[in-house]
Design a protein around this ligand. Structure first.
Ligand SMILES: Cc1cc2nc3c(=O)[nH]c(=O)nc-3n(C[C@H](O)[C@H](O)[C@H](O)COP(=O)(O)OP(=O)(O)OC[C@H]3O[C@@H](n4cnc5c(N)ncnc54)[C@H](O)[C@@H]3O)c2cc1C
Length: 247
């Protein structure tokens, strides 16, 4: 709808998914949670199942715009839209989620790593729709950090960090950045620093420096590239400290 309102898109046909069945559930499938494309941000925010099993989603939902937008905007629409400033793309990449798509040639699953490929660009084909997103529940260590002018505004920088805690260290950490960059991206240099290392304040500082050195921030009327670089470093530091306290 924002693209239509800004005259950036003028499709000759609009397909309304409101009445397509089986796209509105949040299901516990044991080692993963499956969320239908038509589930709204508000339903995610209020889900007791998600608060228990994937609390990073509950925590992030409250940052998405305002209650009116959250009541109408959908998890699938936001994911397919692949807005680099969107909370869900940043978080789904950090959670190693898998997207399920369907089209005239059948079903397809797409790993988050292969899904978000550019600003507002995913690898969904023109004749496919996203039906569900599956999210593993094993990444129980998490942190979500957002810097915005005020809560509900699009963020200037988003950081999501997740991993599986084992024996005092994080196994397979994933750290992603959104909003400060043109396309949601993993901070691989930061992930390397966190892998299998005891989380300490010194490691948080090292991770912040690596984030500042490796991120390629955008510059616009809301903030310069340098400002966003500092924000990213600061949010990464906070995320690692939060992981340390929660892991
Ligand atoms: C004022 C305002 C503030 C906002 N603030 C934020 C914010 O802070 N953070 C944030 O993350 N978002 C924000 N949004 C976006 C909002 O959260 C919506 O999720 C987003 O606009 C998508 O809306 P929708 O779910 O109705 O999808 P639509 O607008 O219907 O669709 C978005 C795009 O995805 C495609 N699409 C939709 N569903 C599917 C599907 N199942 N399969 C394939 N393609 C599909 C559509 O064709 C379209 O190209 C904001 C929006 C507004 C208007």
């Amino acid at each position: 709808m924002p693209l239509l309102a800004m005259r950036l898109a003028a499709p000759s046909i609009l397909v309304d998914l409101q009445h397509v069945p089986n796209l509105s559930d949040i299901e516990d499938r044991g080692d993963h949670i499956r969320i239908g494309a038509r589930v709204t941000h508000r339903e995610i925010e209020r889900s007791a199942l998600l608060a228990d099993r994937l609390p990073i989603l509950s925590a992030a939902a409250s940052h998405i715009a305002h209650p009116q937008i959250r009541s109408r905007g959908t998890f699938g629409g936001s994911t397919a839209h692949a807005d680099p400033s969107g909370e869900w793309p940043t978080i789904l990449l950090a959670l190693s989620a898998t997207m399920q798509a369907v089209g005239p040639h059948g079903n397809r699953t797409i790993e988050a790593d292969d899904f978000f490929v550019g600003p507002f660009t995913s690898t969904l084909r023109d004749d496919e729709i996203l039906t569900h997103v599956s999210i593993p529940t094993t990444r129980t260590a998490w942190s979500f950090q957002e810097a915005a002018v005020k809560k509900g505004d699009y963020g200037l920088a988003l950081i999501a960090a997740t991993g599986t805690p084992r024996g005092g260290v994080l196994v397979d950490p994933r750290v992603t950045v959104g909003a400060a960059v043109g396309s949601v991206t993993r901070l691989v240099a930061v992930e390397r620093i966190l892998t299998d290392e005891p989380l300490t304040d010194e490691l948080a500082e090292e991770a912040a420096v690596a984030a500042a050195e490796s991120v390629k921030p955008i510059s616009d009327i809301h903030g310069s590239s340098d400002y966003r670089r500092k924000l990213v470093a600061s949010l990464v530091r906070r995320a690692v400290v939060e992981l340390k306290n929660g892991a």
